[in-house]
Design a protein around this ligand. Structure first.
Ligand code: ZN
Ligand code: ZN
Length: 461
């Protein structure tokens, strides 16, 4: 059987000898997504084990973590449900409407952490999940997440993004032991959050595209079954936009499953490759810019969705013209490291050092390295172009899908100036050592020109 043939609750715990030669393992004990899924919570807890392998009992105290909104939407219900089941339950409600996973908020909960807690239950989406994952990991206890919005694909992630000194860092964490997405709760999420979730999923078309490209160009390990799993869930999402507008249970279920699957797929291959490429790097730089400016910024999926639309348009324009290898090689030779360092310092200011250090690892823009890859691109040109063409047939649907939910598909509503957006796009490729769309378009010598065309369309000439 192939991975795409399994239902999500089996994928969560599967040990799958894959056609790629590896064994993919799911790490999540319990998943319930659908109408009334919250009712599964007591059943899951009855089977839950603590990290030392002993069973969770009704003597063991649970801690519910929420913010003011998610407490109203579901936290309170969960609290009473667990009390009725006979568990000792405590709760911590962050007194904020909007918050990120900042070091200070982690300290805040640690300072208020009740005695004798054996397990944590987060109620929320990105931030509540990230905070609870981080704290439960450090306190050696399992945690569950009760999702309140299908807004991002980090539900099944095992890393903890934490903001320290205005910089987002990926710190170690653990997978949730249980994930619940009750569509009656998800249906109450604001449209903006649903559009963000759709944006995060639309990115998968590009993620698989860039993974394939890197497989062809750099020989990076690639798993077709995992890739197909991602593509299928993105295709389902495209079909579900009308249903999402009406908050239909099945459409919300499919979207939530896609978001959870993305994390599971990443854990199968021990890399975020199946769910994160150039659009995620762009989103990361947007988030970083907001933080450095002391602003809250937009939702992760809102940034990812917009970046997906921009990169799709870059690729579409790229397909319209032949690759000029000679001109590309000349551009590669003109790379000036000192000028590059100056640019990185200008764009990333206080966050520039780690990026400059990262460059030393691969020296990715060094002329010889770029020319090496250009050679392989030339050798495999028809294969590469057919991969990108196939992707564009689907990725071009990202824009109407996101727009269908009143989401943002250009940088204009974000308030980024044209110059700013240019920096974000071009330099996003430098903050991470992952070969993806922007690096590829840079290496074939087309990035600057294609980007000017896209920005002309969005900002006017
Ligand atoms: Zn595989
Ligand atoms: Zn994402």
């Amino acid at each position: 059987m192939k991975l795409i043939e399994y239902p999500i609750n089996e994928l969560a715990t599967i040990s799958h000898p894959c056609s790629c030669g590896k064994v993919h393992k799911g790490m999540i004990d319990h998943i319930a997504i659908g109408k009334g899924a919250l009712r599964k919570l007591p059943e899951f807890l009855k089977e839950q084990k603590l990290l030392d392998g002993s069973p969770l009992t009704k003597e063991d105290k649970l801690l519910i973590v929420s913010d003011v909104n998610t407490w109203k939407v579901a936290g309170e219900t969960v609290f009473h449900m667990l009390e009725e089941e006979g568990y000792p339950v405590e709760h911590y409600i962050y007194p904020y409407e909007k918050m990120h996973t900042e070091e200070g908020h982690i300290k805040e909960l640690n300072d208020h952490f009740p005695e004798g807690i054996k397990m944590m239950i987060a109620v929320g989406s990105g931030t509540m999940n990230d905070i609870t994952r981080y704290i439960s990991f450090h306190r050696h206890m399992p945690y569950y997440i009760i999702g309140t919005a299908p807004s991002m694909d980090g539900y099944a992630s095992d890393v903890s993004p934490v903001i320290i000194d205005n910089l987002k860092r990926s710190l170690p964490g653990q997978c949730a032991s249980g994930i619940i997405g009750d569509t009656d709760i998800l249906a109450t999420a604001p449209e903006k959050m649903i559009a963000a979730g759709v944006g995060d999923i639309m990115a998968k078309f590009l993620d698989i595209n860039d993974w394939k490209l890197s497989h062809i160009i750099n020989g990076e390990e690639y798993c077709e079954e995992v890739a197909d799993l991602m593509l299928l869930s993105a295709q389902k999402t495209v079909q579900n936009i009308e249903g999402l507008k009406k908050r239909e249970s099945k459409a919300l279920q499919d979207l939530m499953e896609a978001l959870v699957l993305s994390g599971i797929a990443m854990s199968y291959v021990n890399t975020s490759r199946p769910g994160s490429a150039a659009e995620h790097s762009m989103a990361h730089v947007m988030e970083m810019t907001s933080l450095l400016n002391g602003e809250y910024g937009e939702l992760h999926g809102t940034c990812v969705g917009m970046a997906t639309c921009i990169i799709t348009r870059l690729y579409e324009k790229f397909l319209e013209r032949p690759i000029d290898y000679e001109a590309a090689a000349k551009k590669a030779e003109a790379f000036d490291y000192d000028a590059w360092v100056k640019e990185i310092r200008r764009v990333f200011t206080s966050a520039a050092d780690p990026i400059i250090k990262l460059y030393e690892k691969e020296k990715r823009n060094d002329p010889d390295n770029v020319k090496d890859r250009l050679k392989r691109i030339k050798e495999h040109e028809s294969e590469i172009l057919s991969v990108i063409r196939g992707t564009m047939d689907q990725a071009k649907l990202a824009e109407p899908c996101i727009r269908g939910l009143n989401g943002w598909t250009t940088a204009v509503p974000f308030g980024f100036t044209r110059e700013h957006m240019k920096d974000i796009t071009i330099y996003s490729k430098e903050q991470r050592d992952r070969y993806a769309a922007i690096q590829f378009l840079y290496e074939v010598g087309e990035l600057d020109e294609l980007l000017e065309e896209v920005l002309d369309e969005d900002y006017g000439k």
